[in-house]
Ligand binder design. Structure first.
Ligand code: NDP
Ligand code: MG
Length: 385
């Protein structure tokens, strides 16, 4: 019997992850079909994608672009919606099997909650959702019996290492980090970095926000928090190891001391494909790794004194409650300000630390508390700027 194709909703289809998800679906059109596509501003690409993949529904969040998209897709019978609220509603569509969240930052939180409540499995790229409200999200997943398939390469690596190990507890995980473009730099040199330099990542091509986060090591900090929630770990069980070649995507150490790692050439299409195809490994033509091309895989300790954001993320995780939510909101404002040349590279950490000190701590936050912490932190961060 022919298998039913998995129906995928892609939130943020016009971004770096979103477009690679569509490449994967295109390669495996016998297995996957697109049900929903969404974009914020990029109407031209959204229209092009919709014409090619023929989803049932698209959302263009920016209301000024609605007319253009609606006119372009009218003849194809594709439903077009606009506004942030629509993003929350479309994930409930009855055909959808997997919601792949590739929005940036806090904007992923509410649609993800709605998707879980509609019992949709989540392929999660949008790590900020787990950073902001990991406690709430993991509880909801248990309540609604929903799976999260990690798309982030490190977490996909750990997830892959855990296959077949259900009864074997994790002793610790090694989360690898490339170290970003400024690995080994001293403070004095970092002071005057411009956004053009920070936007050049050595190993990965990604959206602007995560590229800056990689340069400041905040991305690794967010990933530490993401790992805590995905794999139910204590902060001391998560060790960051700088590995500039980005070949070992992360590793798990079990209670017998044995370490399992997942390796490969850096290419986000692999973790995307694993998340969509799980538990199957789908045949593909991606470039294969050759050990002889990499005779020197190297490892270092992260420099948390210079790159303070990683330490701040560990502090936020240790403190718990709404602290990671505060960290995330302050970071989003800091990164946006850096991208507009309003703040220096190192000042981003100062702004985040200031917000973590000044915003009211809530130890057992509800969704409303998270929403409120996010809002008040953004307000304070903008004032402090
Ligand atoms: P991009 O900036 O490239 O893409 C973001 C997507 O989300 C675009 O489709 C954008 O639409 C849309 N979007 C952005 N903001 C909003 C908003 N407020 N409301 C609605 N839609 C919005 O980001 P990436 O693809 O790089 O990253 C996506 C997520 O995946 C992030 O959480 C990131 O941390 C995570 N991730 C990314 C990796 C990568 O390699 N890129 C690796 C691992 C994780 P538009 O194009 O119209 O602006
Ligand atoms: Mg990652």
């Amino acid at each position: 019997m022919k298998k039913k194709k998995k129906q995928i909703a892609i939130l943020g289809s016009t971004g770096s992850i979103g477009t690679q998800v569509l490449e994967v679906i295109n390669e495996h059109s016998d297995l996957f079909e697109v049900d929903v596509l969404t974009a914020n501003n990029n109407s031209a690409l959204l229209i092009e994608q919709a014409k090619k993949f023929k989803p049932n529904t698209v959302v263009i969040t920016n209301e000024d672009k609605y007319k253009e998209v609606d006119v372009a897709l009218f003849d194809l019978g594709i439903k077009v919606f606009t506004g942030a609220q629509s993003l929350e509603e479309v994930v409930e569509g009855e055909n959808i099997d997997i919601v792949l969240t590739a929005l940036v930052g806090y904007s992923g939180l509410k649609p993800t909650i709605r998707a879980i409540k509609a019992k949709k499995n989540i392929a999660l790229a949008n790590k900020e959702t787990l950073v902001v409200a990991g406690d709430l999200i993991t509880k909801l997943c248990k309540e609604y019996n929903v799976q999260i398939y990690p798309v982030d390469s490190e977490h996909s690596a750990i997830f892959q290492c855990l296959v077949g190990e259900v009864y074997n507890p994790i002793e610790k995980i090694y989360l690898t980090a490339s170290g970003g473009p400024f690995r080994g730099w001293i403070k004095e040199k970092l002071q005057n970095i411009k956004k053009e330099q920070a936007l050049k990542h050595p190993n990965w091509e990604m959206g602007a926000k995560i590229t800056i986060d990689s340069a400041t090591l905040m991305n690794k900090g967010l990933e530490v928090i993401e790992a805590k929630w995905l794999f139910d770990l204590k902060p001391e069980q998560i060790e960051v190891v700088v590995h500039p070649q980005s070949i070992i995507h992360s590793a798990v150490q079990f209670e017998d001391g044995s370490i399992k790692a997942q390796l490969g050439i850096p290419d986000m299409k692999l973790p995307i494909q694993y998340a969509l195809g799980f538990p199957e490994r789908l045949k593909n033509t991606f470039k294969r790794f050759n050990f002889m091309d990499y005779p020197n895989l190297t490892f270092e300790k992260p420099d948390v004194k210079t790159f303070k954001n990683l330490q701040l993320a560990y502090d936020a995780l240790q403190k718990g409650g709404n602290m990671p939510c505060i960290l995330n909101a302050a970071n989003e404002i800091a990164v946006a300000a850096f991208l507009q040349d309003k703040i220096g590279f190192l000042n981003m950490s100062d702004l985040i630390a200031d917000c973590m000190e000044k915003i009211t701590f809530v130890s057992n936050p509800t969704l409303e508390d998270y929403i409120d912490s996010d809002e008040t932190t953004r307000k304070l961060a903008n004032e402090l700027l």
